[in-house]
Design a protein around this ligand. Sequence first.
Ligand code: ZN
Length: 183
Amino acid sequence: MLSRKTVARQRRPKDLASKPAPDELRINDLRMDELRLDELWMDEALRCAQRALELGEVPVGAVVVCAGRIVGRGWNCNIAASDPTAHAEIVALREAGVTVGNHRLGDCELFVTIEPCVMCAGALVHARIRRLVYGADDPKAGAVASLMQVLKHPHLNHRVEVRGGVLAGRSAEVLQEFFRNRR
Ligand code: ZN
């Protein structure tokens, strides 16, 4: 038989009823960890953008992450490589393919400081990237949300999970600094 004390302890105070259940809390905690991790990886992508800036290239940086480690890094090097396709994302995807030993990167996430262009959005689909996280929107050439929505095309057989706006201010700042100095 339960003592009166035990019953009192088991009674749930009314104000707790509206609070999330422990399972929900755990999911929220995981979600928070994921959001914080996104910022950490984006910080790495920003470091890559800085490399491009130092080399006089349009400062965009990208990293590919697989199972908690960076498998590819890239920054724009169009001018140095005389290569119109040498966007940060493409460079990072190429390195990731070599590191992972596969042209499909289905377990990988790509972090890039600026919204990808149509070429890079296409490459993400070819690579079967699981998730894309980007910083600032690119109203002039962005092909994920701004100018086009390539990744949402209904006829594509691969879906990429997308999160934009991560450390967007800092990503945009690096670009603005570059274009200010060029004028
Ligand atoms: Zn691109």
